[in-house]
Ligand binder design. Structure first.
Ligand code: IVH
Length: 677
C-alpha cells in the first residue's frame, strides 16, 4: 500500500467507525455488526501503527485505551463548575418557584412567562468536555469547581461521548454531563470480581469515579461507562433556552436525554414539576442506571441571567433529592471476614434495626480507608442506608450521640483466623492474609469455589461439609476430594449411608465436567468464567496452557498482562503443578472434548443473546453452550445492544415489553437451531 493509499484508508475507516459508534452508543441502533466493527478497528490499528503520521488525533482507536497517564494535569475550568442547592419537599419547590417570580418580576418586566426544564439527577461524576472545531480536545473532572483533573484519555474510551461532532456545531463549545456506571455493567464487573476472588465494589457512583481516575485507559475502556449530557457552554449562547441547547447538542451527535422516555421535560409550573418528580419517584427503580433525584432548571437563558448565582450555585436551578431509606442504630462491633484469596473484609455488627421493611444486623465496611473516613468508634450511633445495593451501608456517624471516652475502631494487623501478619499491597485498598496454604478460610474458600455450581457442581457436597472435612483433616486441597473413601466418610457425625453415597457419586460425576469449567474451578486469580472459556478455547488442553509463555498469553483476545501473569504464577507454583497432575490422574477433563473442537463455529460471531422462558428440546444451559460454541455471546439482561432474544414459554411480561420497546429481534428455539445449522 502506498502512503497515499494508507492515508486515505485511515481517514475512511476512522469516519466509518466514528459513524458506527454514534449509531450504536448514542442512537442505540446499529447497522454494523460487532464483528465487522472489530475487524475494521483492527485494520485501522494496524495501519496507524505502520503509518503513525496519518493517525487522526481523534481516531476511534483511542476508544480502546492503552494510554498510561502518570499523573493528571490540573486545569482551570473556563466556566466554574457549580453545585446545586438541594430540596426535599414540594413546599421547598414552591418557595423556590415563588422566589423566582419575585426576583424576575421585580427586576424585569418580561416577568412571569417562563418555563422550567426537569431532568434526572444522574448519580455519577460530573465532567466537562471541550470541543474545538468539532474535535474533542480535553475532558476535565469537577475537582473543586474552579479547577479539575484532566482525564481526556480515559474519557475518550467512553463510547457515548463523540470524539468528533457533526452537523452545525459551534467552533468552540464545552458540554457538561454526568459519567455513570450502567447497573448491568456494574453488576457484571462485580460478578467477575467475585469469580476471581477480588473484593467487590461498593456502589456504581464511586466505582465510576474511581474508574475515571485510573492510570491505564484500557481498563477504563473495558468497563463500559456511559455519559449523559446536561449542559452546553459556549462563548456565544447556543439557542435561547436550555432545552433548545440540549436539542442542538443532540444534533451534533451527543447523547442527550429525550422527551420520549421522559428523561427531560419542559414544565409550566409547580404542578408539572411535581408530576415529573412523582413519576420518577416510582419509576426510578426501573432505570438501567442510578439517579438520586431530579434537577429543575429555569429554561430561558435571559431569565437564568436575571436570576444569577449565589456563591456556590445558580439561583435558576435546584435539585430535588429522593430520600433513601435511612435508620439510626448502634455499632456493636466490627468483625473481619477472610475470603478465598485472603482478602479481608470488615463487617459492622449492628443493633438490629428495621429499614425499608427488613431487619438489618450487619453492614459492609469494605476496607480500612472507609472506616477511617467515617471515623467510626465502637458504640457510635450510625446512619444506615439502603441504596440500590443489597447490603446496607453506613453513611454517617451521629457524633452528638458519641459516648465520651470511646475510641476509634482499630483495624486489625493480624489475620483473625490464622494470626499471620496482614499485608496491604501498594495502591490497593484491601488488606490480605498472605498465608495462602495454611489459613483455614482460604483453604476452605478454594474448595468451596471448586465445588460451586458454575464450577465442578459437585452434588451432595456443600460448604458446611467442606468445613467439616477440612477440620477433620480429611481434605486440604480440592484434589483430596477425589481420594475420599466410604470408610472415612461414614465415620463422620451426621453422615449416613445415603449422604456418603451421594457425595461420592457427586465427586465421580464431576469428572465429566468440561475443561473450561475445570479451568475456572482451579481458582486462578483473575480467571473468571469468561476468561476460563477464552483460554480453554484457545489452548484446547491444560498442557498447552501450562506451557504458554507470558508473550503468548497476552496475544489471546481479551487477556491482559494481569491475567497472563496470574496464569504464569499459578502454574509456576510447584504445589499447583502437583495438584494439577493429580487431577489428571483422577480423570478430570483437562482438554476440550472432540465434540467441542469439531462443533465449534463462528456462525454467531458478533451476536449477543438473552435467553428467557422455558424450552421444549433444550435446557437453558444447553442453549447457552450452543451460543458460545458458535462464537456468540450470552448476556444477562436486555439492552439496545442485544442482537436476539431467544424466547421460550412463560416469559415474563416485563421482559417482553422491554424487548418490544427496544425492538429486539425475538426468535424461537427452532429458529435458533436453524440459525446454527
Ligand atoms: S446541572 C450549575 N443537571 O449534580 C449546576 N447537574 O449537585 C449545573 N448532576 O455537579 C449542574 N444530573 O454532577 C445538572 N441533570 C443534571 C444533573 C446534574 C446530575 C450532578 C452534577 C452536579 C451535581 C450537583
Amino acid at each position: 500500500m502506498t502512503s497515499q493509499e494508507a492515508q486515505k484508508k485511515i481517514e475512511e475507516l476512522s469516519a466509518e467507525l466514528n459513524r458506527a459508534n454514534h449509531q450504536y452508543y448514542v442512537l442505540s441502533n446499529s447497522e454494523m455488526s460487532d464483528f465487522d466493527f472489530d475487524l475494521k478497528l483492527k485494520l485501522l490499528q494496524d495501519l496507524e501503527q505502520q503509518f503513525p503520521q496519518f493517525a487522526l488525533s481523534n481516531s476511534p482507536t483511542k476508544r480502546v485505551g492503552g494510554d498510561i497517564t502518570k499523573k493528571f494535569n490540573v486545569i482551570k475550568h473556563d466556566y466554574p463548575m457549580m453545585s446545586l442547592a438541594n430540596t426535599y419537599s414540594k413546599e421547598e419547590i414552591e418557595d423556590w418557584e415563588t422566589r423566582n417570580h419575585k426576583l424576575v418580576g421585580a427586576e424585569d418586566l418580561f416577568g412571569a412567562n417562563f418555563t422550567y426544564v426537569c431532568e434526572l439527577k444522574y448519580d455519577g461524576v460530573a465532567i466537562g468536555v471541550k470541543y474545538q472545531n468539532g474535535n474533542l480536545v480535553r475532558a476535565v473532572t469537577r475537582g473543586d469547581g474552579e479547577k479539575g483533573e484532566e482525564v481526556t484519555a480515559n474519557v475518550k474510551t467512553i463510547r457515548s461521548i463523540p470524539l468528533q461532532l457533526h452537523g452545525n456545531f459551534p467552533d468552540e463549545v464545552e458540554v457538561r454531563g454526568e459519567i455513570f456506571f450502567p447497573l448491568d455493567k456494574f453488576e457484571a464487573l462485580n460478578r467477575e470480581r467475585e469469580d476471581i476472588g477480588e473484593p467487590t465494589f461498593a456502589n456504581p457512583r464511586n466505582t465510576a469515579s474511581g474508574t475515571l481516575k485510573m492510570q491505564d485507559s484500557s481498563v477504563v475502556a473495558s468497563r463500559g461507562l456511559d455519559c449523559m449530557l446536561y449542559g452546553v457552554y459556549a462563548p456565544k449562547p447556543i439557542g435561547s433556552s436550555h432545552f433548545e441547547s440540549v436539542e442542538m447538542a443532540q444534533s451534533w451527535g451527543l447523547k442527550t436525554p429525550s422527551t420520549e422516555n421522559r428523561f427531560i421535560e419542559v414544565c409550566q409550573d409547580v404542578n408539572g414539576i411535581m408530576d415529573f418528580i412523582n413519576y420518577w419517584d416510582k419509576e426510578r427503580h426501573n432505570l438501567p442506571f442510578e439517579i438520586d433525584g431530579i434537577v429543575i432548571k429555569v429554561n430561558e437563558y435571559n431569565v437564568q441571567q436575571d436570576l444569577g448565582f449565589t456563591a456556590k450555585s445558580p439561583r435558576w436551578a435546584i435539585a430535588y433529592k429522593y430520600k433513601a431509606a435511612d435508620a439510626i442504630t448502634e455499632l456493636l462491633e466490627v468483625t473481619y471476614q477472610v475470603g478465598r484469596t485472603g482478602a479481608i473484609t470488615p463487617v459492622a455488627n449492628l443493633e438490629p434495626v428495621l429499614l425499608a421493611g427488613t431487619t438489618v444486623r450487619r453492614a459492609s465496611l469494605h476496607n480500612a480507608d472507609q472506616i477511617e473516613k467515617l471515623d467510626l468508634h465502637v458504640g457510635d450511633f450510625v446512619h444506615v442506608e439502603k441504596g440500590g445495593e443489597i447490603i446496607p451501608k453506613i453513611t454517617a456517624v451521629d457524633i452528638s450521640k458519641r459516648k465520651t471516652g470511646s475510641s476509634p475502631v482499630q483495624y486489625i494487623t493480624h489475620c483473625p483466623e490464622c494470626t499471620s501478619a496482614l499485608v496491604r499491597r501498594e495502591g490497593e485498598a484491601q488488606h490480605y492474609c498472605p498465608n495462602e496454604m495454611g489459613c483455614p478460610p482460604q483453604i476452605k474458600g478454594r474448595i468451596d469455589h471448586f465445588i460451586g455450581r458454575r464450577a465442578m457442581d459437585i452434588d451432595g457436597l456443600g460448604s458446611e461439609t467442606v468445613d467439616l472435612l477440612v477440620e477433620k483433616g480429611l481434605i486440604e486441597t480440592y484434589g483430596d476430594l477425589y481420594e475420599l473413601t466410604y470408610e472415612q466418610l461414614i465415620e463422620l457425625d451426621r453422615f449416613a449411608e445415603k449422604s456418603v453415597t451421594n457425595l461420592l457419586n457427586g465427586v465421580e460425576q464431576s469428572k465429566s465436567i468440561p475443561f473450561e469449567r475445570v479451568l475456572f474451578a482451579l481458582g486462578i486469580r483473575f480467571v473468571g468464567e469468561t476468561v476460563a472459556k477464552k483460554l480453554a478455547r484457545h489452548y484446547k488442553t491444560l498442557e498447552a496452557l501450562q506451557a504458554a509463555k507470558l508473550e503468548d498469553l497476552i496475544l489471546v483476545d481479551e487477556i491482559g498482562d494481569r491475567i497472563a501473569q496470574s496464569v504464569i504464577d499459578f502454574f509456576g507454583n510447584e504445589k499447583n503443578k502437583l495438584l494439577v497432575e493429580r487431577l489428571e490422574k483422577y480423570g478430570l477433563q483437562l482438554r476440550l472434548s472432540e465434540d467441542q473442537i469439531q462443533n465449534s463455529t463462528q456462525k454467531l460471531a458478533g451476536l449477543s443473546f438473552v435467553i428467557s422462558g422455558v424450552f421444549e428440546n433444550h435446557s437453558r444451559d444447553e442453549l447457552k453452550n450452543l451460543i458460545e460454541q458458535n462464537g456468540g455471546k450470552n448476556v444477562g439482561s436486555l439492552s439496545a445492544k442485544t442482537s436476539y432474544l431467544l424466547r421460550g414459554e412463560n416469559m415474563g411480561p416485563s421482559k417482553l415489553a422491554k424487548a418490544e420497546a427496544l425492538q429486539i429481534k425475538m426468535i424461537s428455539e427452532n429458529e435458533f437451531i436453524n440459525l446454527i445449522q
